[in-house]
Design a protein around this ligand. Structure first.
Ligand SMILES: Nc1ncnc2c1ncn2[C@@H]1O[C@H](COP(=O)(O)OP(=O)(O)OP(=O)(O)O)[C@@H](O)[C@H]1O
Ligand SMILES: [Mg+2]
Length: 393
C-alpha cells in the first residue's frame, strides 16, 4: 500500500507541476490540493502502519531473545538447586539461546527487505510483462546497404491500420510516390495524417497491406534501417538539455560546425543564436531560452543536417510567422531537390507547388492530384482551399 500511495503522490505532483499554468488559469488549485491531500493522507496512513510494524520487529526479536535467558536462568536455577543438573549445563544453554536467536533476528530483517522488494517488483514485472516487439535479429539491412544510395520511391498499397485493433483508422490507403517528388498530405484535423507518417516510419506495425521503399517492403528490414532513411520534423518539437550545437547535430556523427551554421542560416536562426550568451554552446533546456517557433526552426535545422533520402515535415512551420515560413520554404526547396519529401500542412499556401497532393478525410484518400487539377475538380480540396483564401483572393 505504501508503494502504491507513493506512486500516486509522485504522479500527481509531477502532473500538476507540468501543467501548473493551466491549473492556475482555470483556478484549479483547490481541486488539486484536495486531490493531493487525499493521496498524501493515504501515504501517511500506510507509511505510519508499515513503519510501526517494521519498527516493532527488532524489539520483539530482542524480547524473545532476552526472555529466553530469563527462562533458562530461572528453570536452570530451580533444577540446579534440586541437584538435577550441573551449573555448566545452565551456561551451555545460555550459549544455545544466543546461537538460536541470532539467525532468527537476521531472518526477521531479511523478511522486511523481502516485503519491500515484493512491493517494488510488482511494478517491474508489470513492465516486463508488456508484449515484446517482434524480434528482428535475423533480418538483414537492405536499404542503403553496400553503399548504394536509396532513391526514395515510396509505395503504399492497401494500408490498413488502427491504434486499437478493434477501431480501424486507416481503411485502405494506396499511393505511389516517385523518387524526388514532393508530396503534400492535407486534410482536416484528426484525418490520420500524422498516423500515416508514423506508419511510414514504422513506429507502428500495419495490420494489412504493405509499405515499400525502393520496392523493399519495410517489414522485411530492421526498424533502425527504415528510420535511417528519414529526416523528420514532428508536430511536437523536442529540444533536450544540451547545447544548441548538440541539439542540431543530434546523433549524427561527424557534423562540422559549418554545416550547423549553414543550416541555422537557412532557417534564419543564426542571428538569434549569435545573440545568446555562449552562441552555439549555449545550454538549452526544455522550458527556457527558445520560443515555440524558434524550437520548430531548430528542429528543421536538425533535419537539414541529418540529410537523409526521405524528408518528413509534419506541421513543421505551424508556429512560425508567415514571413519566416516563406524564408524556410526557400531553404526547404533547395533541400528537397532530388529528395522525396512528405509535407503535412494546414496552411495550403505552403504546398501549392507540390508534385502530388493527397487529400485525406477519415483515414482515406478522398482526392489526389496537383493543386491545379484539384482546384479544377471543385471537390473537397477546392472547398478547403477556398475557405482559406476567400478573404484574400
Ligand atoms: N497514439 C494514439 N493512440 C490512439 N489513437 C490515436 C493515437 N494518435 C492518434 N490517434 C487517433 O487517430 C486519429 C487520427 O489522428 P492523427 O494524429 O493521424 O490526425 P492528424 O490528421 O494528424 O490531425 P492533426 O491535423 O490534428 O495533426 C484521431 O482520431 C486520433 O484520435
Ligand atoms: Mg497531426
Amino acid at each position: 500500500r505504501q508503494q502504491i500511495a507513493l506512486g500516486d503522490v509522485n504522479g500527481h505532483v509531477e502532473e500538476m507541476y507540468a501543467g501548473h499554468t493551466v491549473v492556475k488559469a482555470y483556478c484549479g488549485e483547490a481541486d488539486s490540493i484536495r486531490a493531493f491531500e487525499k493521496y498524501n493522507d493515504d501515504l501517511y496512513d500506510s507509511g505510519w502502519k508499515s513503519q510501526f510494524l517494521s519498527g516493532l520487529m527488532m524489539p520483539l526479536m530482542n524480547f524473545v531473545g532476552n526472555f529466553g535467558y530469563v527462562v533458562v536462568c530461572v528453570v536452570g536455577a530451580v533444577l540446579a538447586m534440586d541437584g538435577k543438573i550441573e551449573f555448566g549445563v545452565i551456561v551451555a544453554f545460555m550459549m544455545y539461546i544466543r546461537l538460536f536467536t541470532q539467525p532468527l533476528s537476521q531472518f526477521a530483517q531479511a523478511f522486511q527487505n523481502l516485503q519491500r522488494c515484493a512491493a517494488a517488483s510488482e511494478r517491474v514485472f508489470g513492465f516486463l510483462e508488456e508484449p515484446e516487439m517482434e524480434d528482428e535479429t535475423g533480418k538483414q539491412a537492405l536499404l542503403g546497404a553496400s553503399g548504394k544510395p536509396v532513391r526514395g520511391d515510396v509505395e503504399f498499397s492497401h494500408v490498413k491500420f488502427g491504434y486499437d485493433p478493434s477501431k480501424t483508422i486507416i481503411n485502405d490507403f494506396s499511393a505511389s510516390v516517385k523518387s524526388g517528388q514532393k508530396v503534400a498530405i492535407v486534410g482536416p484535423t484528426g484525418a490520420g495524417k500524422t498516423t500515416m507518417v508514423n506508419l511510414l516510419m514504422r513506429f507502428y506495425e500495419i495490420s494489412g497491406g504493405s509499405i515499400a521503399i525502393d520496392g523493399v517492403d519495410t517489414k522485411s528490414v530492421p526498424r533502425w534501417n527504415v528510420h535511417d532513411q528519414f529526416s523528420m520534423v514532428l508536430q511536437d518539437t523536442w529540444v533536450f538539455r544540451g547545447t544548441v550545437r548538440e541539439n542540431i547535430a543530434y546523433s549524427k556523427p561527424g557534423v562540422t560546425d559549418k554545416q550547423i551554421e549553414d543550416a541555422c542560416k537557412a532557417v534564419g536562426l543564426h542571428h538569434y543564436i549569435m545573440s545568446l550568451p555562449n552562441g552555439y554552446d549555449t545550454v538549452l533546456d526544455d522550458k527556457a531560452t527558445l520560443s515555440q517557433g524558434q524550437k520548430q526552426l531548430l528542429t528543421i535545422a536538425r533535419a537539414m543536417v541529418e540529410d537523409a533520402p526521405i524528408l518528413i515535415l509534419d506541421e513543421a512551420t505551424s508556429s512560425v510567422d508567415t514571413r519566416t515560413e516563406e524564408l524556410i520554404q526557400k531553404a526547404m526547396d533547395a533541400l528537397t531537390v532530388d529528395r522525396t519529401s512528405f509535407v503535412i500542412a494546414h496552411r495550403l499556401s505552403t504546398i501549392r507547388d507540390a508534385d502530388m497532393i493527397l487529400v485525406m478525410n477519415h483515414g482515406d484518400i478522398v482526392e489526389s492530384g496537383t493543386h491545379e487539377e484539384l482546384l479544377a475538380k471543385g471537390g473537397f480540396y477546392a472547398d478547403i482551399y477556398n475557405s482559406q483564401f476567400a478573404l484574400t483572393d
